[in-house]
Design a protein around this ligand. Structure first.
Ligand code: G4P
Length: 280
């Protein structure tokens, strides 16, 4: 899913499909990457869900800078946003209380109209690779993952029962990323949410290294032994890792790929790329 290509036709189709699904939904859980709380948001979602309840969940908290994540939670307002390590946290326990709280007014309204067993529906939405499938599995609890097609509903949605009166639409809303903004596209590419094959990986790695040099110089020292160094850092990494061509010069492409792979997968990188306007 992470390697999806988006064209205007795809975007229009995705928008229409999501709008259709949203008709039956009471609350949208918008997943964003904790490393990119703004850059991983979809520009049109706001409009598409206007009037719906929304909870923002920042995924991959374990890969983000905890100090910056705390600043972002404060910035968004803690009652509207939760940060999770989807792989290790108890997602149900972290997320369901907020969902119940947000939906309570709807439940009360239904009760006043005499509807005691109102079923409320939630949809998960987010850009590719943000962790939607993982989140759906964890929120539903693997054992209960049994999609049901309820007969009798006009637009039949495949849903997973979360608890009494609460259902999860089992197909996530896939949103396109903000690739038209070069700064967002760069950050999305650094976390691996844009297709590498269409990018200049050497240029991307150099930009990633420049970002680390400015924001996280300690990591360049810890991981590559680079200390306050100037000049061509990609080449220095190539030499420190012996990523050389047969003539002895740096193999820049192999070094760029190694660096990008580590930046995305090595747990030592706990990095947040978006700067919180409220500071830290
Ligand atoms: P999607 O449906 O939105 O496309 O995302 P999906 O759940 O497939 O998750 C994408 C990748 O992100 C998966 O890695 C998944 O394990 C990882 N992931 C999801 N949530 C978290 C989290 O909170 N922390 C960390 N560290 N990783 C998370 P993958 O299986 O390696 O797939 P891929 O990256 O090779 O595509």
């Amino acid at each position: 899913m992470s390697q999806l290509q988006w064209y205007p036709g795809h975007m229009e189709k995705a928008r229409r499909q999501m709008e259709e699904k949203l008709k039956d939904v009471d609350l949208v859980i918008e997943l964003r990457d904790a490393r990119l709380p703004v850059s991983s948001a979809n520009p049109l979602l706001e409009k598409m869900i206007s009037g719906k309840l929304r909870l923002i969940v920042l995924t991959k908290k374990d890969r983000s800078d905890s100090r910056k994540t705390a600043a972002w939670l404060f910035y968004f307002g803690e009652e509207n946003v939760i940060a999770v390590d989807t792989l290790h946290d108890d997602v149900r326990q972290k997320v369901l209380p907020a969902v119940r709280r947000l939906l309570e007014p709807k439940r009360q309204k239904a009760l006043k109209r005499g509807i005691r067993n109102k079923i409320l529906r939630i949809m998960i939405a987010g850009i590719p690779n943000v962790g939607k499938s993982t989140f759906i599995n964890r929120l539903s609890g693997h054992s209960s993952l049994k999609a049901e097609n309820r007969p009798g509903v006009t637009r039949s949605l495949s849903t997973i029962k979360l608890e009494e009166g609460l259902e999860l639409v089992d197909t996530p809303g896939v949103l396109w990323p903000k690739f038209s903004d070069p700064d967002c596209a760069l950050k999305l590419a650094l976390v691996g949410s844009l297709n590498d094959q269409i990018l200049d990986r050497i240029d991307l790695a150099e930009k990633g290294i420049a970002f680390l040099q400015k924001e996280y110089p300690g990591l360049l020292k810890e991981i590559y032994g680079l200390e306050n160094e100037e000049g061509d850092l990609l080449e220095k990494i190539a030499f420190s890792r012996s990523l050389l061509k047969s003539g002895g010069e740096a193999d820049r492409l192999r070094t760029a790929d190694t660096f990008l792979n580590e930046l995305r997968n090595d747990k030592r990188y706990q990095v947040t790329y978006d700067t919180c306007p409220a500071g830290e």
